[in-house]
Design a binder for this molecule. Structure first.
Ligand code: AMP
Length: 143
């Protein structure tokens, strides 16, 4: 399975916000959408950063609750690692494991075309393992 096939099955919606929105806006959006990260867009619409629940926890732990009124640009990660649609799920797992993060924005033709979370990767992996087990059972039953 590659990234394109997974996006076809799960959809291409990406939750985004702008860098001047507050951390409280981000916390509300994460809670409301039941997701773990939001991609931050710059004025030109390009990806300017990514903010995850982990960044929010860190900001509050270091700056207190007052941080919730600060702009997301102060807490987001600017150096965003992305992937392309032709990459495999194995490659994505490696990117996430090496980078120690759980979200990877996807680019196609230079444009943001989706996002894959570790939840998507695990769900896909379980489905593949279940298919293998089922095929093995069929083989043993009929062989
Ligand atoms: P996460 O595991 O996704 O909650 O993110 C852990 C940390 O990595 C946070 O500081 C995020 O801002 C950062 N992060 C998440 N995704 C990416 C990514 N694709 N590229 C770079 N940093 C990321």
């Amino acid at each position: 399975m590659n990234v394109a096939s997974l996006l076809k099955a799960k959809g291409r919606a990406v939750a985004t916000a702008s860098a001047d929105q507050t951390l409280l806006d981000i916390a509300s959006a994460l809670a409301h959408k039941k997701i773990g990260a939001i991609v931050i867009l710059g004025e030109s619409g390009d990806v300017a950063g990514i903010i995850s629940e982990r960044d929010l926890v860190k900001a509050i732990a270091t700056g207190g609750a007052a941080m919730l009124e600060r702009p997301v640009g102060e807490a987001m990660t600017r150096d965003v690692i992305s992937c392309s649609e032709d990459q495999t799920m194995e490659e994505l797992m490696e990117i996430m494991t090496k980078g120690r993060f759980r979200h990877v924005p996807v680019y196609s033709d230079g444009k943001l075309s989706g996002i894959i979370s570790i939840g998507d990767v695990v769900k896909n992996h379980i489905a593949e393992v279940e298919m293998e087990v089922s095929a093995m059972r069929d083989y043993l039953a009929t062989g």
